[in-house]
Design a protein around this ligand. Structure first.
Ligand code: HEC
Ligand code: HEC
Ligand code: HEC
Ligand code: HEC
Ligand code: HEC
Length: 212
């Protein structure tokens, strides 16, 4: 019949109706928005890993660590082995890196806290975006300047749809998707429009595109 998310939405609708009917003031406040709308969310991590240092100052490409971002739906966080490429030799006595060394010795992954999270009833795919020329910066901001990653976009439905209806301003040549400080050589919207046309970019705006 209906997919699961419909049921959830109906339930939320009914709850709201019931509360409003009972004349409970501020009922809307009870229909709590979950964490995926939390702009600014930046949980404490087990290791104070700095994107500013590694991706910004040292200029490491995002894909060195987020290896699957171009090939799959999810853009996993790197395994400890990736850190140890350098940290078997660099800062080997750093206290801050103790959990990384312990993880390397035990084989148990570092327990990074997830920051960006959509509800299960919404479908998202990194590959589809990155391979169409949408840069990480459009959705995650200037991560290369962040000491600690924080969510900068609401990740809600209207935010998704705003871009899907008018993607051109956010489309750049594919080779620059991980170059967050890319400076367009001319009007970026014009470049975007040309790429949208040439590559027949046409993001879904129908419900089934994102609710499968
Ligand atoms: C040296 C490895 C490394 C590089 C290079 C790197 N990252 Fe990360 N990234 C991590 C680790 C480790 C985490 C998990 C800890 C954290 O959130 O800081 C992470 C987390 C993230 C998150 C948050 C994930 C979540 O939980 O929602 C985003 C977004 C992100 N990185 C984007 C980028 C972008 C964009 C670049 C390139 C500009 C980049 N990263 C480069 C290692 C790296
Ligand atoms: C390409 C090499 C390289 C990789 C890969 C790398 N780092 Fe680093 N990292 C460095 C360098 C170099 C420094 C020290 C910079 C300095 O001299 O201040 C550093 C510093 C750090 C520090 C600060 C240590 C201190 O005592 O101040 C932490 C924490 C850290 N890295 C965590 C990580 C984690 C976690 C990963 C894997 C997700 C990682 N690094 C991957 C090169 C790397
Ligand atoms: C069109 C928007 C968009 C773009 C472009 C984008 N991301 Fe994401 N990213 C998201 C969303 C939404 C999530 C949460 C996904 C979920 O919970 O299913 C996320 C989650 C992540 C995560 C956490 C792991 C995961 O997959 O859930 C990492 C790491 C990440 N992004 C890195 C990157 C990097 C690196 C780039 C550029 C190469 C990038 N993202 C480009 C929207 C985007
Ligand atoms: C900054 C622009 C932008 C934002 C923000 C954005 N998208 Fe997209 N989306 C695109 C583009 C561009 C495409 C690729 C369309 C194409 O290649 O025809 C796309 C494609 C898709 C597709 C089709 C991929 C496939 O595998 O069929 C889905 C699903 C999707 N986006 C979901 C989302 C969701 C969910 C969000 C919000 C969490 C979101 N998008 C936010 C620009 C964006
Ligand atoms: C481009 C992707 C996209 C498209 C297209 C889309 N949605 Fe969504 N929708 C989302 C995302 C992401 C969320 C979760 C974030 C939120 O609640 O804002 C969501 C949430 C919802 C919710 C739950 C709201 C809640 O508060 O839990 C309903 C109901 C919904 N969508 C209905 C629809 C309908 C009906 C359509 C077609 C007219 C549609 N969506 C098209 C991305 C999309």
């Amino acid at each position: 019949m209906f997919p699961k998310w419909t049921n959830k939405a109906v339930k939320i609708g009914l709850l709201f109706f019931a509360l409003a009917g009972a004349g409970v003031a501020g009922a809307a406040g009870l229909v709590h928005q979950p964490s995926f709308t939390d702009v600014g969310y930046s949980p404490e991590q087990p290791v104070p890993f700095s994107h500013k240092l590694h991706a910004g100052d040292m200029g490491m490409d995002c894909r060195f660590c987020h290896t699957s971002v171009e090939q799959s739906a999810v853009s996993s966080v790197p395994p400890t082995q990736t850190c140890m490429v350098c940290h078997t030799r660099v800062r080997t006595d750093s206290k801050l890196l103790l959990p990384v060394r312990e993880s390397f010795a035990s084989g148990k992954p570092v327990e990074w806290v997830k920051i960006h999270k959509l509800p299960d009833f919404a479908y998202f795919n990194h590959k589809a975006h990155v391979s169409s020329g949408v840069s990480c910066v459009s959705c995650h901001g200037r991560v290369d300047q962040m000491q600690e990653v924080a969510q900068v976009q609401p990740l809600n439905m209207s935010w998704c749809l705003d871009c899907h209806r008018n993607p051109a301003p956010n489309i750049r040549p594919k080779e620059f998707v991980t170059k967050l400080d890319w400076v367009p050589p001319r009007d970026p919207v014009e470049i975007g429009r040309e790429l949208v046309k040439a590559n027949k970019i046409n993001p879904p705006v129908n419900c089934g595109g994102c609710h499968r």
